[in-house]
Design a protein around this ligand. Sequence first.
Ligand SMILES: Nc1ncnc2c1ncn2[C@@H]1O[C@H](COP(=O)(O)OP(=O)(O)OP(=O)(O)O)[C@@H](O)[C@H]1O
Ligand SMILES: [Mg+2]
Length: 261
Amino acid sequence: MIAAPVLSVDSLAKRFGGVEAVSEVSFSLRAGEILALIGPNGAGKSTTFNLVNGQLAPDRGRVVIAGADTAGLSPRAIFRLGVGRTFQIASVFGSMTVRENVETVLLSHRRQLFSVWRGGRDADGGDADRLLALAGIPALADAPASSLAYGDVKRLELAMALVGEPKLLLMDEPTAGMAPEERTSLMALAAKIARERDIAILFTEHDMDVVFRHADRIMVMDRGRLIVEGPPETIAADPQVRAVYLGEGFSPGPEAGEGSP
Ligand SMILES: Nc1ncnc2c1ncn2[C@@H]1O[C@H](COP(=O)(O)OP(=O)(O)OP(=O)(O)O)[C@@H](O)[C@H]1O
Ligand SMILES: [Mg+2]
């Protein structure tokens, strides 16, 4: 049996003045699948993300998350459908400890659920510590977030995105600003968590090593349109993708496709 997709996007379109930022974009994503959205600067990747997470309303088209049409829903309501996200620019509270950052998200999550959910524990440190362990930074729980190395800030953001046990994780350039060797390890961690918990990930990324190592499937966007979609091997060999983005000399390296099932 094939499960219904976690995310399904149909003919999505968004225009900013004269710019067709997203045009006729359709794709779907199933549980546990890791899908990369790549393409040149200004291709429409972040706009696509913001249409999915409800930050922007589409001019046309439909977004269905876990069976629910998101038309007219606020970002909060979409979050409640089971969507977690990390940001291109790290967004943690430097004055709080690492644990307090996660607790803040846990609290706000519980407050939002309160009308439909009255059981369970209070916001003690238990759940926060479990998420920090999952993100690989349990030892940093009591450290001020401002003291963290950048790679650990990104791990903290991952822990925060996992609050509420999302079915879908949206990661817009999760490794931006990180050292190259740290990037792969962050994405490896996210991929491992996703596979263990059957979470679908949609991510954008300019580091092709990260993309080709961890994506099950890659979509390429250029000037608002999806031009090709397929497994990493297909994308690496595609002449149009090489022309608009990867470059003629591109080679995905020996580990490419490692993340594929
Ligand atoms: N809020 C906005 N108002 C006006 N134009 C916008 C807005 N957001 C995006 N755009 C334009 O839409 C197009 C797509 O931008 P978008 O940020 O989605 O690209 P991107 O693929 O995420 O690029 P990058 O790789 O640089 O992050 C660009 O031409 C951009 O200038
Ligand atoms: Mg972007």
